[in-house]
Ligand binder design. Structure first.
Ligand SMILES: Nc1ncnc2c1ncn2[C@@H]1O[C@H](COP(=O)(O)OP(=O)(O)OP(=O)(O)O)[C@@H](O)[C@H]1O
Ligand SMILES: [Mg+2]
Length: 259
């Protein structure tokens, strides 16, 4: 297994006492698999991303990446979020190479830029390497953010609602960009999303978390071909999978509302 969460329980201190967020959560992900995680708002999804990346230590339980216990932040993890924070005083290519400047200090600037150009080409933005972030659309910014998350060839990519702020068509374009990146680069991916179609379209497996304190409630294996097209989302089998997931979300939400 590439990523393993073993019996994770975590609570945050709040003004009214302890807020239990995760309870005995366990799951594992094989090398180079793509797993989507869905669950009610506030159930602990972003908390999981912080645990896997080593930014947060669980109260109980263990996280492993490649059989090594995660106890501090890892440079072998790449992350992208809903709001791509790009530095306005750097152009596109210099924004992308930022992680390399931090973790691969011995690499020449020329090699860093070559690596960034390869990714820019994959996301279809090779002509924009000299642009400033303010000159880009939301979808373009998110493409740049994906390039930056992957530039140092992380073994794990964590995406926390990266397409959530985009309009429906731009979002679908980005899904296809994501599939291209997955085909051309090698990484294991965790995608947090509220969009069930997105969860299914991109993943090998979808995990549904229960309401807070979250534990693993349901697991769906996605039976789409490796080469996917958007119309695959409208087949009988996918519609059935989406309906099963919708039911599971409802169960999770009811549990959270009553807890
Ligand atoms: N650092 C923190 N201190 C205290 N409480 C926190 C902290 N981080 C998160 N929480 C609380 O833990 C719970 C889970 O938060 P988390 O951000 O993981 O949820 P989420 O599933 O990502 O939600 P959303 O879908 O809305 O993004 C929330 O109730 C949140 O208020
Ligand atoms: Mg979140």
């Amino acid at each position: 297994m590439h990523i393993e969460l073993k019996n994770i329980s975590h609570a945050f201190k709040s003004e009214t006492g302890l807020l239990p967020v995760l309870r005995e959560l366990s799951f594992s992900i094989s090398h180079e698999k793509f797993v989507s995680i869905v669950g009610p708002s506030g159930c602990g999804k972003s908390t999981i991303t912080r645990l896997v990346s080593g930014l947060l230590k669980p109260n109980n339980g263990e996280v492993y990446i490649s059989n090594e216990r995660v106890i501090s932040p890892r440079s072998t993890v790449g992350m992208a979020f809903q709001n791509p924070v790009l530095l306005e005083w750097r152009n596109v290519i210099d924004n992308i190479i930022l992680p390399l400047e931090i973790v691969s200090r011995k690499m020449t600037k020329r090699n860093m830029q070559e690596r960034a150009r390869k990714l820019l080409k994959l996301v279809g933005l090779e002509e924009f390497e000299k642009s400033r972030p303010s000159e880009l659309s939301g979808g373009m910014k998110q493409r740049i953010s994906l390039c930056r998350a992957l530039v140092h060839q992380p073994e794990v990519l964590i995406l926390d609602e990266p397409f959530g702020a985009l309009d429906a068509f731009t979002r679908e374009d980005l899904w296809q960009t994501m599939l291209t990146l997955k085909r051309e680069e090698s990484f294991t991916c965790i995608l947090i999303t509220h969009d069930l179609r997105e969860a299914v379209f991109l993943a090998d497996e979808v995990l549904v978390l229960s309401g807070r304190p979250a534990t693993l409630q349901f697991k769906l294996n996605v039976h789409l071909n490796t080469v996917r097209k958007l119309t695959d989302l409208y087949t009988n089998q996918t519609t059935k999978s989406l309906s099963i997931l919708r039911d599971q979300i409802e169960i999770a939400q009811n549990k959270q509302n009553f807890s």
